[in-house]
Design a protein. Structure first.
Length: 444
């Protein structure tokens, strides 16, 4: 399957950075290096990779990341969003003509899967868009193309118009268009001739057809296996025709993915469909967001991050992070963290949304965790404001009072104080050598 190696490497790079708990200059640079290498090895255009990494770096140093509760998760989201941007910021659909008759002209080099794609799009338009489709066999160069289109038309149950191989493509297109109007078709797909290489005779013929049909869509088929050559082909066709979108074929092969990842930013031609097999149903509308998720192997992590952005109080998170950066972590900070955790819902639910961790979800006992949190909250609430901010003052008599007030044993109070001490030690580490601000300054 296409993108396999890229996906493996990028997923690993994302796992590495989130798995290390905190964001440091080193793990950030390691991640950026790995992203750069894996994109280059996937044959993504050098300039595209360079810009991509620069954009990720710039955003990762931004305010939003600093203010987030989990900076490394935010960095992953930045990579994911930039990957989507590379693939196309939004879905591109077929343009449907409001006056009734929608025209789709196919273009592409021989062997890229143009005739097959004509059949697949006919099926898609019939089933999903509920159109009465006509396929026009305007590839009169390749001997078998007309027969092939007729077979495909039969297979998907749509009409095929042909005047045979002795009538020119342009004349076939003209009469095909009239036929569609007379017979109540509302979507016409013109299969056209390909060549082994881009040549002027091919372009002249396609341009004549374009002038005649004024197509609502000109779709160019490109073979995913040809890598960055996709960019060159798309450029040459787009220079002469108004290409509205790409159909990237043979995604079921082991294409490295570079062409698909480079083409949008270099040519600004969007991908409309991808095809991953020879069968008529092997065609998908292209969704850049889902493809980005797929490549990063991250399933629902994005939703989880969005949930966090949506549900958590960023101001509370920022204040807490600021204090931790200054080596401060008190019972008030612990209380604030309990609140944020509660807002995120059940721990099981969170784990289920993280690929690789969903198996752990079954082992987590939400009820037990909630009752511990409830008990700890009660302990903190039995402390005076002074005690919460100055835990070192908690000697025996104070502990006894707190235990009594919250209905727990002194050991439970001790346990919580121990946890706080551990958190304080971690916080001191964070505010020491690898201070986040210093790190960010060093990187800019
Ligand atoms: P054309 O010359 O561009 O019209 O190419 P065809 O439509 O005849 O396709 C060339 C070959 O590629 C045929 O054997 C198709 O079955 C095959 N093909 C087309 N699309 C795909 C695809 O997505 N995956 C695979 N594996 N084969 C495809």
């Amino acid at each position: 399957m296409a993108f396999e190696s890229l996906s493996e490497r990028l997923s690993q790079a994302m796992k590495n950075i989130t798995g290390q708990g905190k964001l440091t200059e080193k793990n950030m640079n390691d991640m950026l290096k790995e992203v750069r290498m894996s994109l280059l090895e996937a044959d993504v255009n050098y300039g595209v990779v360079k810009d991509f990494v620069a954009r990720v770096k710039e955003k990762a140093l931004g305010q939003e990341v600093m203010e987030s509760l989990n900076p490394s998760q935010m960095v992953v989201k930045i990579v994911r969003d930039e990957l989507q941007e590379l693939l196309g910021s939004s879905d591109t659909e077929l343009t449907l003509n409001p006056d009734g008759l929608t025209t789709v002209m196919m273009a592409g080099l021989q062997g890229t899967g143009k005739t097959t794609a004509s059949g697949k799009i006919a099926r898609y338009a019939k089933q999903k868009l509920k159109k009465k489709v006509l396929l026009v066999a305007a590839d009169v160069v390749r001997p078998a193309a007309i027969d092939q289109l007729q077979t495909l038309g039969q297979q998907v149950g749509v009409d095929v118009f042909t005047l045979g191989p002795d009538v020119t493509a342009v004349e076939t297109a003209r009469q095909g268009l009239d036929y569609a109007r007379e017979n109540g078709h509302d979507l016409v797909i013109f299969d056209t001739a390909g060549r082994l290489h881009v040549d002027q005779a091919l372009m002249d013929e396609l341009r004549q057809m374009e002038e005649l049909i004024h197509p609502d869509n000109i779709l160019l088929t490109v073979d995913a296996m040809t890598g960055q050559d996709i960019v060159n082909v798309a450029k040459s066709f787009d220079d002469q025709l108004d290409i509205t979108g790409l159909v990237v074929t043979k995604m079921d092969g082991d294409a490295r993915g570079g062409g698909l990842l480079s083409v949008r930013s270099i040519t600004s031609v969007p991908v409309v469909f991808v095809s991953g097999g020879e069968k008529m149903e092997d065609l998908e509308q292209f969704h850049p967001d889902r493809m980005a998720d797929r490549i990063l192997g991250m399933g629902d992590v994005v939703s989880l991050i969005e949930q966090a952005q949506d549900r958590l109080d960023m101001e509370v998170g920022r204040q807490s992070a600021d204090r931790m950066m200054n080596g401060i972590f008190t019972f008030n900070d612990m209380l604030a963290q309990f609140g944020q955790l509660e807002k995120m819902g059940s721990m099981q639910g969170i784990l289920k949304m993280i690929p690789g961790l969903n198996k752990m979800a079954a082992q987590v006992n939400d009820e037990a965790m909630n009752s511990v949190m409830k008990r700890n909250r009660a302990i903190i609430q039995s402390m005076t404001p002074f005690e919460r901010e100055n835990p070192s003052c908690l000697k025996a008599s104070r502990k006894q009072r707190i235990a009594k007030g919250s209905g727990v044993k002194v050991q439970d109070v001790n346990k919580l104080i121990q946890q706080l001490n551990q958190m304080q030690q971690m916080t001191k580490l964070m505010s020491g050598g690898s201070n986040m601000n210093a790190m960010m300054n060093a990187m800019s």
